[in-house]
Design a protein around this ligand. Sequence first.
Ligand SMILES: [Cu+2]
Length: 373
Amino acid sequence: MNSGARQPFSWRLAGAGLSIVLIAAMAWGIGRASAPSTGARAQQPAGGFDLGVAGKPAPTGQVREVQLVAKEAPWEIAPGVSVPAITYNGQVPGPLIRVTEGDTLRVTLKNELKQATTIHWHGLHVPNAMDGVPPFTQAPIEPGQSFTYEFPASHAGTFMYHSHLNAVEQIDRGLYGPLIIDPATPPPARFDREFTMLLSAWDTSGMPGGDHRMPAGGGMPRPNQTAGGMSMAYNYFTINGKAFPANETWTVREGELVRVRLINISNLAHPMHLHGHDFTVVAKDGEAIRPELQQTLNTLSVDAGETYDVVFRADNPGTWVFHCHELHHTENDGVEPGGLMQVIQYEGHTPANAATPPATPTPMPANMPGMRH
Ligand SMILES: [Cu+2]
């Protein structure tokens, strides 16, 4: 995957087949970083990170074709916990779509669901007819039908795409994906590594087929909250479709400048807290923040529908966690540790205590007040 070091984007359209393969291949790497570029590491400019000023990009003449199929598929969200998900191309999140500003994005969606759907391009400045919002901008894409979205990649940044029909069910069951637009001109700020974390929440008891609790048990009774017929008692929380410990560990090298793209598609706010380091918030909702206005923090609340780009210097070797500080969200069905817990491992560092998560997690006490998510 392209790194923040802005290696030239070498994906060239050579027929739809090639671009489809590349998109699918990239999908599995969204939590990973590329290897750092050789040579000197990125330097932090005084006073922040300049991502460049967004302007209206000139068309590049490149057409990026993507084929998406909306379909039901089983998806393992935590070890031993598989749910009947609604997916793009059989995976959650859907494939990473990564293009350069000024490219033309041409996405064909084939609907193999039993219900109608559409795609909304969250944060992009698309022509109105491409916004994916029935009944205003298009008719629902009925089962068996296809629809092609085509629009220019309007501006660089971190975005997402998701269903905009029967959205509570379709999004809560997995119908979303990350979308990154790279600037056509490399900005002054360079980074050594880059990771993306797309945050989502699941209510397994509200899914077809009933309850999907942890096989080892230990879950706690949850209130039967409902909204519009859908239960809202989220009990699993995932990073790129996987709850800890099923999600990938990030590896960094001492000295590197690391960019993290945070995307929250869940209906909940997630105060994301990094141990052992501070990070600088360099972009919000795809828009670069001017260096003199950037804040340096260790906890950032990412609300529903928001995206942020943050940057930290890997200057404190160890095994660290970057986790949600709404602590119910670091559980798997009430059992800690789980959920939104991202491990960051420095190369060459041996953890002081290399123990794996406890084989028998400590169950949460039942019937505690205020245990809603
Ligand atoms: Cu959270």
